[in-house]
Write a new protein. Structure first.
Length: 373
């Protein structure tokens, strides 16, 4: 591109940190760097018009894991590892709330519910059997029982389901969250360039050279915060995972309020005012949904509609207003990857579908790592 002297001088010269990705992790990284080094020059590069991952495309769950999710994690992680994961998610949520304020992000703690249909009877019985053990495991973090059995919640009296309640789960507005982060970043003189895709980089003892689809740039240090798109930059431990979501038109006299999980967290829904947002279903076709391309499939969209009709709103007329998808970063392990990749190159990725909970903390951690070394 043909830049003027003024553009080169103001935007592209003497850059201390280039951050790839303007989502929750990338902007929290930038804000932490400016907090610790107020005079540093930070440039954030984002390939989309808006963040293209999941930061503004998720369901806005301020959660740390449903009971069946935690039991599932215990099959592949130790109790200590699971407890540490949940602790980090809680710390990340608190950091998000402290940084932006509950009113700004529309934080509402209605509690969360896990639904078990008649077909989930075996899973429900397992959860009931192990509920006291999980409450005991989480007691050091919460000081009281997290999960309890409830019945006949408003909106579900006529649905044949069993419910497990989590009093600490909440919801936020992720559009407002990201708007507040961008506003805060601009106020701290953090430069954000949209529509710029990083294609490659080379690092050396003096810094990092970054090649984009529009220009080349140099910086002292580079931070990769692209999560679901991390594999494009050679981080093989992260696999993309597409999540499809839909939302209804306003529903008169909607009684459902809170966040809800189904099928070990593979399905999830919540109220947004008098609408229902419903997402998930990638377990129907893991291979197809292991992609960093946005899009919708009939298989998953039809299943979401079917569950909405049969399980969530069986006696209510509703219409779908909008559908979309977002890209998460997952892997064999749930722990986020926060590490130095190369000389002057760092990454904070693999948020495992818990970006709202842990993105602020990962941003802080990767910034501190870059500052230390």
């Amino acid at each position: 591109m043909n830049f003027s002297f003024w553009e080169t001088d103001s935007w592209f010269s003497n850059i201390d940190y280039v951050i790839i990705g303007s989502g929750i992790t990338g902007l929290n990284t930038a804000l932490r760097l400016k907090e610790k080094q107020p005079n540093c020059k930070v440039l954030v590069l984002e390939k989309g018009m808006l963040p293209e991952g999941a930061s503004t495309k998720n369901a806005g769950f301020a959660c740390f894991g449903s009971l069946s999710e935690i039991l599932d994690d215990l099959n592949t992680h130790t109790s200590e590892e699971v407890l540490n994961l949940i602790k980090r998610r809680l710390n990340g949520l608190q950091l998000l709330r402290n940084n932006l304020g509950d009113e700004t992000i529309d934080y509402r703690c209605y509690g969360g519910y896990e639904l078990f249909t008649l077909q989930d009877e075996d899973l429900y019985n397992e959860c009931i059997q192990k509920l006291p053990t999980i409450n005991e495991l989480l007691a050091p973090l919460f000081g009281e029982n997290v999960f309890s059995i409830v019945k006949n919640e408003p909106g579900f009296e006529k649905v044949q389901t069993n419910l497990i309640f989590n009093k600490f789960e909440a919801q936020i507005d992720t559009g407002k969250m990201m708007s507040a982060l961008v506003k805060k970043a601009i106020a701290r003189d953090i430069r954000i360039l949209n529509g710029v895709e990083v294609e490659s980089y080379t690092s050396n003892i003096d810094g990092v050279n970054v090649t984009t689809n529009k220009f080349e740039i140099s910086a002292k240090k580079l931070v990769i915060a692209t999560n679901g798109f991390a594999s494009r930059l050679g981080i093989s431990e992260v696999k993309p995972a597409r999540a499809q979501v839909l939302i209804t038109k306003p529903i008169k006299n909607l009684e459902i309020k809170g966040t809800f999980h189904l099928d070990k967290g593979f399905y999830y829904f919540r109220n947004i005012g008098d609408r229902i947002l419903f997402g998930g279903g990638r377990n129907l076709d893991f291979k197809t949904e292991e992609t960093d391309e946005t899009g919708l499939t009939d298989l998953i969209q039809n299943k979401l509609y079917e569950l909405l009709k049969s399980c969530i709103l069986p006696h209510t007329n509703f219409e779908i207003e909008q559908s979309w998808s977002g890209i998460m970063g997952v892997g064999e392990l749930k722990k986020p990857i926060v590490k130095k990749l190369d000389t002057n190159v760092y990454c904070g990725v693999r948020l495992g579908g818990m970006g709202v909970a842990i993105g602020s903390l990962v941003g802080k951690e990767i910034a501190d790592l870059a500052l230390e070394s």
